[in-house]
Design a protein around this ligand. Structure first.
Ligand SMILES: Cc1cc2nc3c(=O)[nH]c(=O)nc-3n(C[C@H](O)[C@H](O)[C@H](O)COP(=O)(O)OP(=O)(O)OC[C@H]3O[C@@H](n4cnc5c(N)ncnc54)[C@H](O)[C@@H]3O)c2cc1C
Length: 466
């Protein structure tokens, strides 16, 4: 009998295979153009910014410039959590910005999840929006203590309204995974089909008059009045703003190399499970599921009955290199598949059909940046550290408000600030990031082995921006 993983397509993104269109590329830019707003990046950030700009002022001439195709980046290949969890953890938010800002941020994040659901419904975008909420489970005593601490912070800040703790039996009643010691359930939150969302959003932007050039790489951004972008096919002059919405991939752009750290995350997808297997697993609520592992296990149940199992990614590469083929190496996925089958031994013989990775952008201080400077004509929305599905809509709306001068769209939140400090130069960056990645893997391994904590755990946590 062939091994169940022989049919795995490494580097193939399940969501893009299943997005409902054939990813035919739109025409590239050919010649010089002038618009009101030129947006670099056809992912959620760029497209939500375009969408909300056109809502604020339908007369604006908007162009999105995308190096590959809309949804090629993290937006088309993520875990599908449209999550009320913010990129920065709530206790960190409170520590750095105070209790009021933490509350305002988490409330805004909850609200944008509902807003996304409403817009998708209104626009007829079939992005499989499934409001199943969030379920965090603890699989070690350390994880259980951390979950209780998180809940206590929510409670203290008055944010625990739709969140409650679950006993081990209650959590196991929702999901029959191994080693569950307890859980925390949040009613808010949805799972989505990210590629259907990003592709649908691109079409919605075009339907409102926005233009999209694909296969068009921006080689240089020139600030000024007006600001401009240069591509091999021509220059785009932007009367009002150039928006940088390329997240992790911006580290390739001159002047932005150290702004965000490209960190990979990787996912494997099972074949659709049969009813008997689903009966054994449960998970009837389609919650976005996670554990408290440092290496970040995140799981999604798809509409067609698969389990997607994601985990923190491949080792960081020197100089923030992010080659696509580095994420198609089968050797990277063995531990993730083993982890999935550790969670659910019943999946022992179920084939893994897809295994892929993608790059997300980590800001040095852990806080996203949404900013527009009329003097340079440059705006940006980025830095979501792996929690960008919902946050990019919040950021895109806020950035549209700044550019269109519609203050009602601009929230008073800590992310409304210029990009934060730069990452260290190499080789310091490589040494530090590799150390943190290794330390987190060691912390998880020791925690599972015997509940011990490596002596450098505190140091590793203090160095990590998130
Ligand atoms: C594997 C994985 C799993 C994740 N899971 C989740 C999750 O479950 N929930 C969640 O909230 N977040 C998740 N994230 C993070 C989330 O997907 C991102 O934060 C979000 O999609 C970022 O959207 P974006 O539009 O800013 O960037 P991207 O989607 O990366 O889009 C940027 C686009 O800009 C283009 N671009 C960049 N530079 C240029 C240039 N010079 N010229 C032209 N075009 C350019 C790129 O080609 C790309 O298409 C995950 C990320 C990954 C990689």
């Amino acid at each position: 009998m062939p091994h169940p993983d022989q049919a795995t397509r490494y580097g193939a993104v399940f969501w893009l295979d299943d997005c409902g269109d054939d990813l035919t590329r739109r025409p590239a830019l050919a010649g010089d153009e002038t618009v009101d707003v030129a947006i670099v990046g056809g992912g959620f950030s760029g497209l939500w910014t375009a969408w909300f700009l056109l809502q604020a002022n339908p007369a604006l001439q908007i162009a999105v410039i995308e190096r590959e195709f809309c949804g090629h980046g993290a937006s088309g290949r993520n875990g599908g959590w449209c999550s009320p969890r913010y990129p920065m953890l709530v206790d960190e938010l409170e520590k750095h910005f105070g209790a009021d800002a933490a509350r305002a941020t988490i409330r805004a994040q909850h609200a944008i999840v509902d807003d996304i659901g409403a817009i998708i419904a209104d626009q007829g975008i079939d992005a499989h929006f499934t409001p199943g909420g969030m379920l965090s489970v603890a699989r070690t005593p350390r994880q259980l203590a951390a979950l209780h601490a998180t809940y206590a912070t929510y409670d203290r800040l008055g944010l625990a309204g739709d969140t409650h703790m679950l006993s081990a039996d209650e959590a196991r009643g929702l999901i029959a995974a191994s080693s569950i010691l307890g859980g925390m359930k949040t009613r808010s939150g949805a799972s989505i089909h990210p590629a259907r969302l990003v592709r649908g959003l691109a079409r919605a932007v075009e339907a409102r008059g926005g233009r999209i050039w694909e296969s068009t790489a921006v080689a240089r951004v020139r600030p000024g009045r007006p600001a401009m972008v240069e591509t091999a096919g021509g220059t785009v002059t932007a009367r009002r703003a150039v928006v940088l919405a390329g997240e992790a991939y911006l580290s390739d752009l001159p002047g932005y190399h150290r702004q965000l750290l490209p960190m990979s995350s990787m996912i494997v997808a099972t074949a659709p499970l049969d009813q008997a297997t689903w009966d054994a697993i449960g998970w009837q609520g389609y919650e976005s599921l996670s554990s408290g592992a440092y290496t970040k296990d995140y799981l999604t149940r798809t509409r067609d009955g698969r389990i997607l199992f994601g985990s923190r990614g491949a080792p960081y590469l020197f100089g923030s290199a992010m080659p696509e083929q580095a994420l198609a190496d089968p050797a990277l996925y063995g531990p993730i598949i083993a982890n999935l089958r550790g969670w659910f031994p019943v999946l022992r013989d179920v084939p893994i059909t897809h295994a892929w990775g993608g790059y997300l952008g980590v800001p040095r201080d852990g806080m996203p940046s949404v900013h527009f400077d009329p003097a340079t004509g440059l705006g940006n929305a980025f830095g979501y550290t792996g929690r960008g599905v919902a946050t990019s809509a919040l950021a895109g709306r806020a950035l549209a408000g700044l550019i269109a001068d519609d203050r009602a769209l601009v929230p008073d939140l800590p992310m409304m600030r210029a990009p934060g400090r730069l990452w260290e130069v190499e080789p310091l960056r490589w040494i530090g990031v590799r150390y943190i990645q290794n330390a987190f893997a060691r912390i998880d391994a020791a925690d599972f082995r015997d509940g011990s904590t490596p002596p450098d755990a505190k140091l590793a946590k203090s160095l990590a921006p998130i």
